[in-house]
Design a protein around this ligand. Structure first.
Ligand SMILES: [Zn+2]
Length: 202
């Protein structure tokens, strides 16, 4: 099956990976020489490749529900969070959605997650969740994320600094009845606090 490139990121080891619209990833840098691939090595080259179709072998023979589960998590981040489309909460989240937020707080139910999204939005109005990769198995999806934004409102008691923040996270979702029933997210809270000056360097 052919799939469009929707983004790029570097994996844990610094190698470039193309993100596909099927929500699979494809390593684009494991066959040297890299200098013959300007679309991998330069920012401009990568931007020019967005929308290009690649053959995705991972899609072949994959059960449809795994693709649907990844697409659900993708919508949760791209639409509910990145576009602040909170009207999607009843569609994407189960009524009793249980949530451990990346900053450590626990929430239960749709109104609690709405409050949490609003809290983050007030602190970082341009908050962006970049989904770098997803793995799906059974009723679970694991996503690796990079969160970015600008510190424009109070958080952890720290008044806005205007600092640009960027920290990593891992999320594990459970899916049932075509909705997210739980999300357990571990974010690099220490790194975030350091970037807004809540922690001084030792
Ligand atoms: Zn695929």
């Amino acid at each position: 099956m052919k799939s469009q490139i929707i983004g790029f990121h570097q994996d844990e080891f610094g190698d470039w990976v193309a993100e596909l619209s099927c929500n699979h990833n494809q390593h684009v840098r494991h066959q040297p020489p890299f200098q013959l691939r300007p679309w991998v090595t330069s920012e401009q080259g990568r931007l020019q490749q967005l929308g290009v179709q690649l053959e995705c072998r991972k899609c072949d023979g994959e059960p449809g529900y795994l693709r649907e589960n990844r697409a659900l998590v993708r919508r949760y981040y791209d639409e509910l969070w990145n576009r602040w489309d909170l009207d999607l909460i009843p569609e994407l989240l189960a009524p009793d959605f249980r949530f451990r937020a990346s900053l450590g707080s626990m929430a239960r139910g749709r109104s609690a997650i709405r409050d949490y999204v609003e809290l983050i939005r007030a602190a970082f109005p341009d908050f962006h969740n970049h989904v770098e990769s997803m793995l799906a198995e059974d009723n679970r999806v694991v996503a690796r994320l990079q969160y970015t934004g600008t510190h424009r409102g109070k958080i952890f008691g720290i008044p806005p600094t205007g600092n640009y923040i960027s920290y990593a996270g891992i999320a594990i979702f459970a899916i049932g009845g075509h909705q997210l029933v739980s999300g357990w997210v571990l974010g690099d809270r220490y790194e975030l606090m350091r970037q807004i000056g809540a922690i001084s360097e030792p």
